[in-house]
Design a protein around this ligand. Structure first.
Ligand SMILES: [Fe+2]
Ligand SMILES: [Fe+2]
Length: 320
């Protein structure tokens, strides 16, 4: 007896929903609604692209690191980001999109990456500030994603998060060292924090009432917290760290709210955010151009590797 296709689909959907309800993982071979698959691809790809593009602002300082120790730390950190990008591209490939397609969507401007990487790194203090605030924001965002419903994404996040916490600490330690230095170094740290504070808060995305995808992503367990929720967490986590460092966060509205047991804070400039997201930030063109060039320059390596794999396979066949 054959079952009507709609009936089939209903049963599959019920199974999918039951898995989500149990907070179990959806695995690549499981049936999933097309919208879920598309959302996973969009979010994981955007995350992978952010890791890869995110290598540029800090990579900019590798040749000018002030000591061998700082250079070794920065190299290790930037390499970690490449690794994160690769895990995430692999996680994304499990849902049926190839890495080539993903890269082409990035360089063609059809997929996005985090707005933060479109800001320039003007001084070495920015390396510290990025570690402290940008990797700090990444941790707030990614720790709950270890429990995301899509299995390959959640597993990638577990490993990534361990490395992010090293990134945040090396940034904080760099800034703490500079704050113990000269007045000029302290001023350099403050100036860097002034530039990065608001863009770091924008990393969580638009406010909840202006975030069209949040409700569906939460219902599917892809996202575990709303943007505003995570932003609040970031502020509450960072304020005591800023006090310990001796830097001022550039927000006159920032204060502890006894009733809410959380900090009140000002509103990021959402027009600036929209502008940067739509391609008009200070470094958007430069970041994409650099990525495009690296992709083109690497074409012969991909080609050689493909031919080598094909030949090796043919040799193995012939030897059988
Ligand atoms: Fe990362
Ligand atoms: Fe990182």
């Amino acid at each position: 007896m054959t079952v009507a296709p709609e009936r089939d689909e209903q049963e599959l959907m019920a199974g999918f929903e039951a898995t989500i309800e149990r907070h179990d993982r959806i695995e690549p071979r499981d049936w999933m609604p097309e919208g879920y698959r598309r959302t996973v691809v969009r979010q994981v790809a955007q995350h992978a692209h952010s890791e890869i593009i995110g290598m540029q602002p800090e990579g900019n300082w590798i040749t000018r690191a002030p000591s061998l120790r700082r250079k070794a730390i920065l190299l290790a950190k930037v390499q970690d980001e490449a690794g994160h990008g690769l895990y995430l591209y692999s996680a994304c490939e499990t849902s049926g999109v190839s890495r080539d397609e993903l890269t082409e969507m990035l360089i063609g401007g059809r997929q996005k990456y985090s707005s933060i990487f479109n800001y320039p790194t003007l001084t070495y203090a920015d390396v510290g500030t990025i570690g402290w605030l940008v990797d700090g924001a990444a941790i707030c965002n990614q720790v709950p994603l270890c429990r995301t419903s899509y299995g390959p994404y959640g597993r990638a996040m577990i490993r990534v998060c361990k490395e992010e916490s090293f990134h945040q600490r090396q940034g904080y330690e760099l800034l703490a060292t500079m704050m113990r230095g000269t007045d000029e170094q302290r001023a350099m740290v403050q100036e860097s924090v002034d530039r990065f504070w608001w863009p770091a808060l924008m990393m969580f995305g638009p406010p909840d009432d202006d975030s069209p995808n949040t409700a569906q992503s939460m219902a599917w367990g892809i996202k575990r917290n709303t943007n505003d929720d995570l932003r609040q967490r970031m502020v509450d986590m960072t304020v005591p760290q800023a006090e310990a460092l001796g830097v001022t966060l550039p927000d006159p509205e920032l204060r502890w709210n006894e009733e809410r047991q959380a900090h009140d804070f000002g509103t990021p400039d959402w027009d600036e955010f929209k502008d940067v997201i739509s391609g008009n930030g200070p470094c958007n063109a430069q970041r994409l151009e650099h990525r495009r060039r690296a992709w083109e320059d690497g074409a012969w390596v991909r080609e050689a590797a493909t031919v080598f794999a094909r030949r090796t396979e043919a040799d193995r066949e012939a030897a059988r």
